[in-house]
Design a protein around this ligand. Structure first.
Ligand SMILES: N[C@@H](CCC(=O)N[C@@H](CS)C(=O)NCC(=O)O)C(=O)O
Length: 255
């Protein structure tokens, strides 16, 4: 018998299922996805935003099947294959899509070198502070720890929120910072329902920014029905998940 984490709904639902349906034809770029995964959603948002042709393939990364390990030795989604070569890690893939498809608009990296650097700086904040902060909060069982992690999470959100020009991080352009963050914004109802989080309590215009992210068309197009995410997050909320990310958070390691 495999890990309980393997027992996920097998396919995308809702708006995401329609998007999957439109991307079945063979293409130079194959997108190895797990419909439920926030890291996958970053790549998926980028593909949809930029109108890059891709073939969608659903993978259950918890099964660690040999064909997929040959593409990503870490056995994690997202991964892509482009003209026979493989790549993984969500943010690396998003940057690759920017470099490999320069004629596709809009761009998720600004043209000004200083702005590009700023986008990378704040994407790093999302990866190092916000994402692990969210995971710690979800997995914490002790109520004192939950309060402590909620405060840390709010602080990380306030820090980025203070930099948002609006409507998106850098102003009118939807950039990699927004792409990197949006999947966790659409999942924040989980900490709102179970850990006392509220967008209003973050302040600093966070609520308004969050609404801009969650209503972006590429974000909506890559979203499945909530009920199926809720089922998966139950394991994280009880701290039973055995995914690589869950184990790293439990052990206090970065991921
Ligand atoms: N750092 C990776 C994280 C990817 C990741 O953790 N993906 C999860 C699904 S959300 C996965 O494949 N988990 C399988 C496992 O933990 O064994 C990225 O940014 O792409």
């Amino acid at each position: 018998m495999g890990l309980p984490d393997e027992q996920i709904h097998p396919i995308a639902t809702g708006r995401a299922a329609q998007t999957v349906e439109q991307h079945q034809e063979s293409q130079d770029l194959v997108f190895y996805s797990g419909w439920f995964c926030p890291y996958v959603q970053r790549v998926w948002i980028t593909l949809e935003e930029r109108g890059i042709p891709y073939q969608y393939k659903e993978v259950n990364p918890y099964k660690k099947e040999p064909h997929f390990l040959a593409i990503n030795p870490k056995g994690l989604v997202p991964a892509i294959e482009y003209t026979g070569r493989a790549l993984y890690e969500s943010l690396i893939i998003c940057e690759f899509l920017e470099d490999a498809f320069p004629d596709h608009e809009p761009h998720i990296l600004p043209s000004d070198p200083f702005d590009r650097a700023l986008v990378r700086l704040w994407t790093d904040h999302v990866s190092k502070q916000i994402v692990p902060g969210f995971m710690r909060l979800v997995q914490a069982q002790d109520s004192q720890k939950q309060r402590e992690y909620l405060e840390e999470f709010n602080k990380a959100l306030r820090t980025i929120s203070a930099q948002v020009k609006g409507p998106y991080f850098l102003g009118e352009q939807f950039t990699l910072v927004d792409v990197a963050l949006a999947p966790w914004v659409v999942r924040d109802y989980i900490v709102a329902e179970h850990r006392g989080y509220s967008r209003e309590a973050v302040g600093n215009g966070w609520k308004e920014y969050a609404v801009q992210l969650e209503t972006r068309e590429s974000v909506l197009r890559t979203q499945s029905d909530r009920v199926y995410y809720t089922e998966i997050y139950g394991r994280y909320l009880r701290d039973e998940a055995q995914s690589e990310a869950a184990k790293a958070i439990r052990a206090g390691r970065s991921f």
